[in-house]
Ligand binder design. Structure first.
Ligand code: COI
Length: 356
């Protein structure tokens, strides 16, 4: 596989910065982008010299395969600034490994590790003023790959574009989240692409999620496609259930995203001697637990969402309200995670990576 050093990346700096026009206290997720973007094209069987250039629109042929067959995968990562002004990534090796797993499933060529990390660090160094210090502030990083070859026959492209764009972020969901357990629609199936961060996985959720929104719910918790009896994930988040003092979450498989926040919470639970069960979770047991009072919490976990407590769920026209618990697992894990991410606590598992 080809390799590249940071020095070989072609850099065109933005002539002016947009940063002064941004109100960092009022940010809608994913609408504002930093001054630069990273671009690397794949053609003639190899990744070409990467470039960093001012963030800008780009020209793509209308016949590019991404528009017709959805050959596109992405990642979600965040950078954090500590009190000394150092910028940190959280488990970025996991994102690199996962984008390549997603890519392989969609017949997209893998992106080399040194291209990914040299590109990412160079980009973040240029745009580091956009990473604001303080709890709750972060820079959301969106690496993605699209099939750019102009050809509308239904087969994998021979040309791709890998890009990284960055967007200052605060909370993804504000307040508690209300969810509907899926009874009819499915997000993914056995042997499918549910485990991948494939763009189409998200598009396929929009219509059922819109229907849920009409009923006052922000998200659907997807159930297994075969029986709709087991709870899987919420699309933008993995889902955790606390029954009494046990934390339960579904195991990853080819239908469920192997979330980095999810696996970090499982590790933190073990570190803190909290019982954690990674096993199938049935709709019935959660409804029973809600009825008998042993269901204490449900929360979602993801890079964008961090940890989002769920206040209400509905299934088969029955609505269940979750209790307000003191010292919730959601708030304990959120604090622990954010403290590690912001370099405020010990990093037992070497999850932080400094941007240099
Ligand atoms: C993330 O958490 O990074 C995601 O990819 C979810 C996205 C839909 C915002």
């Amino acid at each position: 596989m080809s390799s590249i050093s940071s020095k070989e990346i072609q850099i065109e700096r933005a002539k002016t910065t947009k940063i002064d026009q941004v109100d960092f206290n009022n940010i809608d997720f994913g609408r504002i982008f930093t001054d630069h973007m990273f671009v690397c094209d794949f053609k003639d069987g190899k990744w070409q010299t990467p470039k960093i250039m001012p963030y800008q629109p780009m020209t793509i042929d209308p016949s590019a395969r991404v528009f017709h067959y959805g050959q596109a995968v992405f990642e979600g990562m965040k950078a954090y600034k500590d009190e000394a002004g150092k910028v940190w990534l959280f488990r970025p090796e996991e994102n690199h490994a996962r984008i390549n797993k997603s890519a392989a499933r969609l017949a997209i060529p893998e992106f080399p590790k040194d291209y990914f990390f040299n590109g990412l660090h160079t980009l973040l160094n240029l745009d580091k003023d956009w990473v604001k210090p303080g709890m709750g502030n972060s820079l959301y990083i969106r690496p993605f790959v699209i099939a750019t070859e102009p050809a509308i026959s239904a087969s994998p492209a021979s040309e791709y574009r890998f890009m990284i764009i960055c967007s200052p972020a605060k909370a993804y969901y504000s307040g508690k989240v209300r969810v509907l357990f899926a009874e009819k629609f499915s997000r993914s199936a056995d042997g499918g692409v549910g485990f991948a961060k494939a763009a189409g996985n998200y598009a396929a959720q929009f219509h059922p999620t819109n229907l849920a929104k009409e009923q006052g719910y922000q998200q659907v918790v997807w159930t297994d496609a075969n029986t709709h009896e087991y709870l899987e994930e919420a699309g933008t988040m993995n889902v955790f259930f606390r029954v009494n003092d046990t934390l339960i979450t579904a195991p990853t498989n080819d239908r469920i995203l192997d979330g980095i926040t999810r696996k970090s919470i499982i590790q933190l639970a073990k570190d803190n001697h909290i019982d954690v069960e990674v096993r199938r979770v049935s709709v019935k047991e959660i409804k029973d637990a809600a009825r008998n009072g042993s269901l204490k919490e449900i929360f979602g976990a993801g890079t964008a969402a961090v940890i989002s407590p769920i206040s209400t769920f509905e299934h088969a026209e029955e609505v269940f309200e979750l209790p307000n618990v003191e010292d919730s697992f959601a708030s304990i894990f959120k604090e622990k995670l954010l403290n590690i991410q912001h370099n405020l606590s010990e990093d037992l598992h070497n999850w932080r990576q400094e941007v240099k």
